[in-house]
Each structure stands twice: as C-alpha cells, then as structure tokens.
Design a protein around this ligand. Structure first.
Ligand SMILES: [Mg+2]
Length: 279
C-alpha cells in the first residue's frame, strides 16, 4: 500500500537479536520470517567481525548490507541495490582507525595509566572461549579484526579505570565503549555514523521516506539508538530481565517487554504488523 511505512531495521546482535548465552535467534524467528517475507531491509550492526557476521547471515538467510566492528566497516553485497546481491562479494567502506594503531594505543595506555588490561589480540584462544562462550572453530573469525580492539580490564577497580581510559582516549580522538562482554577501543567511527552512511546509500539508490528502527541492549548501542527514528531497547538477563542502567536516559527510547530475542520478536511484530510501539 502507498502510505504504509517503509521500514528499515538496524539491529545489534549479541544480547539483542541473539541470545547472550547461546547466540540463538530462535526466540525471534516469527518476526524474522515476517521481515523476510515482506522484504524489509534488516541490517546487522554489531561489534562482531565481518567473518563472524557472514556466518550468522548465512544461518539466518540474511542478504542485506551489514556493519561490523562497532561501525568500523560497512559491507554492501555487490549488486544489492540493483536487486541481485552476490553471496560473498562486497563493497567495503572503512570508517574506522586501523587495527594496528588501536593495538599500539591500547598497550601505550596500559603502561602510561598503569591499568592492567588485555586486548583480544593478547588473549589466548582458551581465554576468548571462556570470556565469550563462542566455539573453538569460531575463534579465528573473532580475531580477524580491522577497526575495533575488544579488551578486558583486569584491575581491582574496573569501573574507575574505564572512566580514566575513556578520558585518556577521548583526548587522543579515540573512543571506548562498553559492549556485552568487552570494552571496545575504536576510532573515528561508531554504530550511528555507519547507520547514517548506509541510510544515505539506501536513499540514493531506492528513494527517501524510510522509517528507521534500531534495536540494542548496551551502551555501545547508544549511537545506534540516536541515529534512528524508532530506537528500541531489549532487556538483559537474568529473568525477569532488566534494562542496562547506562542506556535508560537515551531520549525517545522505547523499551521492549522481553529479554534479548524474545523482546525483539514481540516489539518487532507489534511495530511492523500493527504500527504499535512498546509501552
Ligand atoms: Mg549487545
């Protein structure tokens, strides 16, 4: 119909569309089916790497562009806007600061501020598995990074030290954001900037009038929330679920009634089928 909203959905993965423990999107399958049947663009915007996202896209039969490493890279399937996307060929737009620089900056900060921390590149495979719960065969994909270094703070005052790091890096033009399991060091990019670039591409190729929706669960999703027209937060475990304290003040944020993919499913179906926002 002419005047039905033309939705485009941007979503975080970990803890949002995917269950934070088993990485399953099963609880959102009804909404995902509806979205696929109605050809609504569903864009993954995550701290994961391109290789990790490609596996999830294949599993969820997603053919849309995606944003990796907290906004560091935008991947658009070749031919996507002409209606015949290629499976594994992408136009890549890099927005972030190069990985080797981020690794060096992190080491320097640790020495200068005397904060004990470890970047993902310094962690053993075993430690990565323990921290993330990903499978052994997925570790090499998690290590293929271009624009974002996840790290853990190992000191006795991780919150205080995170504050010091944020200030230090802000002076250096870099960003620290907190995700589900790691802090992330990035530069010159965030999820929101990547969304704006992608929305521009959609408008250029397919015309304007998009109603943008964004799902997230953590502080690294705040730029995502701020970049869309309809931001929706999902709850975090354990049951009955709670909203991350640090995202509650985002202006205009809507709160889905459910943890991760269950909340996602409910809010997406209400919105797409009935034009209703969670109350
Ligand atoms: Mg998340």
């Amino acid at each position: 119909m002419e005047n039905e909203p033309k939705y485009i959905i941007f979503t975080d993965l970990d803890g949002t569309l995917l269950d934070s423990e088993n990485y399953s999107a099963a609880a959102a399958s009804k909404a995902l089916d509806f979205i696929r049947q109605n050809n609504i663009p569903l864009i993954f915007v995550t701290s994961k790497t391109a290789m990790e996202i490609c596996r999830i896209r294949a599993k969820l039969k997603n053919v849309h562009p995606f944003v990796c490493e907290n906004g560091g890279g935008i991947y658009i399937p070749k031919g996507y806007f002409e209606g015949n996307p290629a499976d594994d060929e992408f136009e890549i737009i890099g927005l972030g600061v190069e990985y080797s620089i981020l690794k060096r900056e992190l080491k320097e900060a640790s020495n200068k501020l005397k904060i004990e921390l470890q970047g993902m590149s310094q962690l053993s495979d075993r430690e990565i598995i323990k921290l993330t719960g990903i499978k052994e065969e997925d570790v090499p994909h998690a290590r293929q990074r271009g624009f974002d270094e996840p790290f853990v703070i190992k000191s006795t005052d991780p919150n205080g030290d995170a504050e010091r790091l944020i200030e230090y890096f802000n002076h250096r033009g870099l960003n620290v954001v907190r995700g589900n399991r790691f802090y992330h060091l990035t530069g010159g990019c965030d999820k929101g900037m990547a969304i704006q670039v992608l929305l521009g591409r959609f408008e250029e190729a397919l015309g304007g009038g998009w109603k943008s929706v964004g799902f997230g669960d953590s502080p690294n999703d705040i730029p995502l929330f701020e970049a869309v027209e309809i931001p929706i937060a999902v709850k975090k475990p354990p049951k009955p679920g709670h909203f991350d304290f640090d995202i509650r003040d985002v202006q205009g944020l809507n709160f889905a009634d459910g943890i991760g993919p269950a909340g996602w499913n409910k809010a997406a179906l209400e919105l797409l089928q009935k034009n209703k926002l969670p109350v």
